[in-house]
Design a protein around this ligand. Sequence first.
Ligand SMILES: [Fe+2]
Length: 159
Amino acid sequence: MDRRTFLKTAAIGSIATGFGASLASAEQYFPVKVDQSLFATINRVKDQAKKTPLEKSHAPMISAPASVKAGEPFTVEVSIGEKLHGMSPSHWIENIELAVGNEPAGKIEMQPKGYLQPKATFTVVLPKETAPSGKVTLIASQRCNLHGYWESSIDVSVG
Ligand SMILES: [Fe+2]
């Protein structure tokens, strides 16, 4: 191989290597194609009697007393999915959030290490003025890294 051919081959080789490397890192960041429409809106269960598999595994399940006393703490448990959603490094629940009506109450962030399960317990106190109608809507939401934003709500009577 003369010097000129060697240089040409080496240049082509390094371009190919560079392209290959950037493709590999892109694949690392985006291992799975996602449905972008799930991230463009807040997803909710459309028909409680006929949940889709995605709704069953992603809609927050909220457990709270039907009626509470104003000013007294009570427990709200939020589980992600009817059967808890998985927590693996490539597919996990990033956070669970609780809101009282339109007011954010709190948020738990989770890492994709598998130490935590996507379930959170909040201790909530509702002052009388939060429920002028005698009722408050609790909204639980979550973000799955592959399946977007999900929200569920329940009404609690405040006496
Ligand atoms: Fe998911």
